[in-house]
Ligand binder design. Structure first.
Ligand SMILES: *Cc1c(COP(=O)(O)O)cnc(C)c1O
Length: 354
């Protein structure tokens, strides 16, 4: 499919690496492609970054028809820029689109659009340690009517933001509160889709946890509030005795690509990894008897985030003396090594942009 490129007349100054936060600065261009039931996907274009103009009745503003993805472009030591498992993001976006009745984008076309956009913006990929160019593909329903129905018109876009190192002051274990009131998702709902609505519904618990000094919440299943699901915007893993346990994908958990990569890597290295139901009672027992040796969240933003304290119903448990554990550190080193091109990628997970 042809992509029309309109370059900006006034390129912005690239920011200093030390000033980068998360998602505050955007590159010079953005990618847009429109969908209508009659024309299918059309008008793929890269244009200067600017505000959008959309109809006040646009579906996304009223009924929340929106999905997104998040991945990064990494600057290697040799100056080349590479992506990490981009096809996984494309496939997951189509799974999310299916759940939200948004149109599918054929995988090869989505890949062509993503890589063309990254090629256009790759000079914005910072090179300081831990920094990257965060890519945010997203899609929304854009019908100009208040009638409720499956989407007839949609827009797919990609924006990019140079982001700083998640761990500026070294890897610090976080405090997590197990949430036993609000739930994030239920089986049959949208938990496995990466959609904005899931986040809107999670904010309240997140805010309450923050007021109590916790950085994120650990969600329990929406039906019985019994089984562990995930942490905020990350999947979660535990080392209980010799077993590495992560909640199985029951439909209410987001299938993270970092989660999948950790599982594949640990299995290859001979660890015992179980994707299974893990009840909060089993976890509390493991915390009390000392068999819980490590806990960590995993996702694209932080790669892995060690959990140093868990709070459940006002009982506080310290994990691994509040320090990062050996498996957590190993996953961090190996995954970041592959992503930034410092460790050989024996899995074939990286894709270099020319
Ligand atoms: C994106 C996301 C994750 C992590 O997925 P990755 O593909 O590893 O970045 C986990 N949970 C939620 C709710 C998410 O939105």
């Amino acid at each position: 499919m042809e992509i029309k490129i309109t370059k900006t007349a006034c390129p912005k100054e690239k920011p200093d690496s030390s000033t980068l936060g998360f998602g505050k600065i955007f590159t010079d261009h953005m990618f847009i492609m429109d969908y209508s039931r009659e024309l299918g996907w059309h008008d793929a274009r890269i244009v200067p970054f600017e505000n959008l103009s959309i109809h006040p009745a646009s579906t996304v503003l009223h009924y929340g028809s929106e999905i997104f993805e998040g991945l990064k472009a990494y600057r290697r030591a040799d100056g080349k820029v590479q992506l990490f498992r981009p096809m996984e993001n494309i496939r997951r976006m189509n799974t999310s689109a299916d759940r939200l009745c948004l149109p599918q984008i054929p995988e090869d076309i989505a890949f062509e659009m993503l890589t063309a956009f990254v090629a256009c913006e790759k000079d914005w990929t910072p090179s300081a340690p831990g920094t990257s160019l965060y890519l945010r593909p997203f899609m929304f329903g854009n019908d100009e009517t208040l009638g409720v129905h499956a989407v007839n018109n949609a827009r797919f876009m990609i924006i990019a933001s140079p982001v700083g190192s998640y761990y500026k002051e070294g890897i610090n274990p976080v405090k997590i509160m197990i949430e036993d009131e609000d739930v994030r998702a239920v089986r049959g709902g949208t938990g496995y889709a990466k959609c904005g609505g899931n986040y809107a519904a999670s904010n309240r618990a997140g805010e309450r946890a923050e007021e109590k000094g916790y950085s994120q919440v650990l969600w329990l299943d929406g039906v019985e509030r019994k089984y562990i699901e995930e942490v905020g915007a990350m999947n979660v893993m535990f080392k209980i005795g010799d077993e590495i346990v992560t909640p199985k994908l029951t439909g209410s958990i987001l299938p993270g690509i970092t989660r999948k990569s950790c599982i594949e890597m640990l299995i290859k290295e001979g660890y015992k990894v179980s994707e299974r139901l893990l009840s909060v009672d089993e976890l509390s027992a493991a915390m009390r008897d000392g068999s819980l040796v490590e806990a960590w969240g995993c996702g694209t933003a932080a790669v892995v985030s060690p959990i140093g304290e868990l709070c459940y119903k006002d009982h506080k448990y310290t994990v691994n003396e509040g320090k990062i554990g050996a498996v957590t550190q190993h996953l961090y080193d190996t995954l970041t090594g592959i992503q930034w091109g410092k460790t050989e990628d024996t899995f074939g997970w990286t894709y270099v942009i020319d």
